[in-house]
Design a protein around this ligand. Structure first.
Ligand code: HEM
Length: 407
């Protein structure tokens, strides 16, 4: 009875190892209505169905304002979604064009030396101590430094940024699963929203007074969409999304890459020898241990899939993690195969809202992966990981590691 275990937040087993349950759901319940939570949600598991939902904006909208406002939106960090991730149609296209200028692969290349520098710094640190926390002392140091560089924020604000990031990891989407609203979850979400909004309001006003022009945030402030500028809330929301999306997801990706090396020593050996491609190992990490396990949409009309009718207005949760292990698309999906070709995983989503930061995330992880493989003889993870509370993410909050240098 796999669906009985499909109650992600309330079930520690699912959070730690969702794969058997997701596999059973994919096979036996490809479209599944779950209603122990505050909001009834419809879950989609098969690769083709996930793509169909993400590629049909006329049937399934990304407009998160459809979930309403108030406590649920506060707990779910609604302030993060008042921007391009929720925008539709022409408004989305205009905002995306601005984002693309900074985040397209060619533009991101200019950050390569800076990424290399911070990776070198962290490798020197990791090789110079006995054990360290792979999450905070290594991966997050790289990703926060880079998103600060992209947005022009001081790196000294990192502790605050990581504090807000932890709220993202705990809250986002979590309410879907709760049987009743938890006032503490609402309160932490609301407080993080206020703190981050104040931080960026001050940052943008100082920037304006210094006459900064032509950077990403200024471009969002001045763009006109349907004859109107974005509201201040929309600009602030975009900055907050970039800050949090830009560090949490890639921190998990780098961490999960190391965890997979540990779990698959034979492939790690071949990667070290140069017999398997490192870029392929990064893609396999995205496929098998993607930070973002699912994304949400709202049904714009009644939609029938596999004989089940998803009602108009329903919250639809597509499971990227389940799609990425669908045996109909990936041979031997539970094996880590860096030479897998093709590897059309959906880790970055699909369609109009496909991840804006994918080139940056790939570059950071690839540089970190190259450095780890070429400068360590072995890696040990002497303690089990600490996992985040929110089953929507493959989120490790602490992982003690030891990097042994090459002789
Ligand atoms: C491993 C790293 C990452 C993963 C797995 C990831 C995953 C995703 C996914 C699945 C979406 C689609 C959401 C949807 O369809 O509702 C998305 C969108 C987005 N991501 Fe990422 N992301 C990563 C890194 C980044 C980075 C580094 C940034 C920016 C600095 C970023 C910024 C964004 C933005 C702005 C969107 C919204 C795009 C739009 O609506 O057009 N992401 N990401």
């Amino acid at each position: 009875m796999p669906h009985r275990q499909f109650d992600a937040l309330a079930n520690d087993g699912f959070r730690e190892d969702p794969y058997p349950v997701l596999a059973a759901m994919r096979e036996h319940h490809p479209v599944y209505a779950l209603s122990p939570g505050l909001i009834e949600s419809w879950h989609i598991f098969r690769y083709d169905d996930v793509r169909h939902v993400l590629l049909s904006p006329d049937l399934f909208s990304s407009d998160r304002s459809l979930q309403g406002s108030g406590d649920i939106a506060d707990a779910n960090l609604g302030f993060l979604f008042n921007n391009m991730i929720s925008a539709t149609g022409d408004k989305h296209r205009r905002l995306r064009m601005i984002g693309n200028r900074v985040f397209m692969a060619k533009a991101i290349e200019s950050f390569r030396p800076a990424v290399q520098k911070v990776v070198d710094e962290r490798m020197a640190f990791a090789l110079g101590v006995d054990t360290f926390d792979l999450v905070e002392d290594f991966a997050a140091e790289i990703t926060v430094a880079m998103i600060c560089a992209v947005l022009g924020l001081p790196r000294s604000d990192m502790p605050m940024i990581r504090k807000w990031t932890a709220v993202l990891g705990e809250n986002s989407g979590a309410v879907t699963w709760l049987p009743e609203i938890d006032p503490a979850t609402v309160e932490t979400g609301r407080r993080a929203g206020i703190e981050m909004t104040d931080y960026f309001r001050k940052f943008l006003s100082e920037r304006r007074s210094k006459g900064h022009e032509g950077d990403l945030l200024t471009a969002f402030e001045t763009v006109e969409v349907e004859g109107q500028r974005l509201t201040e809330d929309e600009v602030l929301s975009m900055a907050m999304l970039l800050l949090l999306a830009g560090n949490e997801t890639t921190t998990n990706l780098i961490t999960n890459f190391v965890r997979l090396l540990d779990a698959f020593p034979e492939q790690a050996h071949l990667l070290r020898r140069g017999d398997l491609p490192v870029s392929g190992a990064v893609e396999e990490t995205l496929r098998m241990r993607n930070s973002i396990r699912n994304v949400d949409r709202f049904a714009l009309q009644d939609v029938t899939m596999h004989g089940q009718t998803i009602p108009k207005g329903a919250l639809v949760v597509v499971w990227l993690t389940a799609a990425n292990c669908d045996p109909a698309v990936f041979d031997d999906p539970d094996s880590f195969r860096p030479d897998r070709q093709p590897n059309r995983h959906l880790a970055f989503g699909q369609g109009a809202h496909m991840c804006l930061g994918s080139a940056l995330a790939r570059m950071e992880t690839q540089i970190a992966a190259d450095a780890i493989l070429s400068r360590t003889a072995r890696i040990d993870l002497p303690e089990p990981p600490h996992l985040g509370r929110n089953a929507n993410f493959d989120n490790v909050t602490r992982q003690i590691a030891r990097f042994s240098p090459c002789r």
